[in-house]
Design a protein around this ligand. Structure first.
Ligand code: SAM
Length: 300
């Protein structure tokens, strides 16, 4: 019997370690116009997508990241009608966002058509409900160009990007965040995939440093996703409405009820609130990025 292939995440090579997964089957592998893409089946995590050696999504733990990147900003905002996703290739975020019936228009701007194309075949649980939904619009374009040029204005912007390498690097720049602010409605909120602070502190510090120059309220919330190794992942938070992070558990529950109590496996109103309670080392990164002394780090 042929030796099983072990596929390694090379994202942390410079930190001196790799995580490897046994591939029961390699379903798809190609060098796209923008990045190296491999999809394989793993006994425990199911289908796993890696782009340029970084795990993007697995069928086993996708719900944690997709729910927290979507329901937190939309329910905190409370009246979101126009939502923009930058990146989001596999459509997992879009599938969660369309559960909110009050969202009238959802636009996804993805640079790499191949990721969406192959997701139609390999992640139909995401793409099927999304691509046939009349409220959904797919734009194949660089997210930086889109937010710099669009006339549209959005209540919520979700940056579901790769890491700051290759095509994703521009999505962590001040120019990109300033262009996102330009196309946000007053009181809008932006959330960003911001890495795992225990291993990638600079990614969070750099983004929050940009946010605080552009928005009244800048910080992050956290959740642990097993295949985003290294502990809690930080989801960047940027808005001019500081009250959005203070929305009470009661109000969040009422909004969830009003939104039709759609199915979730991770998000609850209590988990939402708790996600903003940061461990001190992450709070200190945010304080540092906000020019505040670590002693004055806000942990909630
Ligand atoms: N959740 C994953 C993570 O945390 O790493 C990200 C998932 S999603 C697959 C990331 C998507 O961002 C990819 O499909 C990639 O093609 C897209 N992307 C990267 N750079 C982009 C850019 N400049 N504009 C638009 N999409 C981009």
């Amino acid at each position: 019997m042929a030796e099983k292939r072990w596929i390694s995440e090379t994202l942390f090579d410079d930190l001196g370690f790799r995580i490897s997964y046994a591939a029961e089957r390699v379903l798809y592998e190609m060098q796209t116009e923008h990045q190296h893409l491999v999809l394989f089946e793993n006994k425990h995590f199911g289908k796993m997508l890696m782009l340029d050696g970084a795990t993007q999504v697995t069928t086993k733990d996708e719900f944690i990241y997709h729910e927290m990147m979507t329901h937190v900003p939309i329910l905190a905002h409370g009246r979101a009608k126009e939502v923009l996703i930058i990146g989001g290739g596999d459509c997992g975020i879009a599938e969660e966002a369309l559960k909110h019936k009050a969202v009238e228009r959802l636009t996804q701007v993805e640079i790499d058509a191949s990721v969406v194309e192959f997701s139609k075949e390999h992640f139909p649980e995401f793409t099927r409900p999304v691509l046939r939904n009349k409220r959904f619009e797919l734009v194949i374009e660089d997210g930086m160009k889109y937010v710099a040029e669009t006339e549209r204005r959005f209540d919520v912007i979700i940056v579901d990007s790769t890491d700051p390498q290759g095509p994703g690097a521009v999505l962590f720049t001040r120019e990109f965040y300033a262009a996102c602010k330009r196309c946000m409605k007053p009181g809008g909120v932006m959330v960003t995939q911001n890495g795992v602070p225990f291993l990638q502190p600079d990614e969070l510090i750099s983004s929050v440093r940009h946010f605080r120059k552009l928005f009244a309220d800048a910080g992050c919330y956290v959740a642990s996703i097993p295949t985003y190794v290294g502990g809690q992942m930080a989801m960047g938070w940027a808005t001019d409405n500081p009250r959005l992070r203070q929305v009470s558990e009661k109000t969040l529950s009422d909004r969830y009820e009003k939104a039709g109590r759609f199915s979730t496996k991770y998000w609850t109103a209590a988990v939402h609130r708790a996600a903003f309670a940061l461990p001190r080392f992450i709070a200190e990164h945010v304080a540092k990025a906000s020019g505040r002394s670590a002693r004055r780090a806000r942990t909630a």
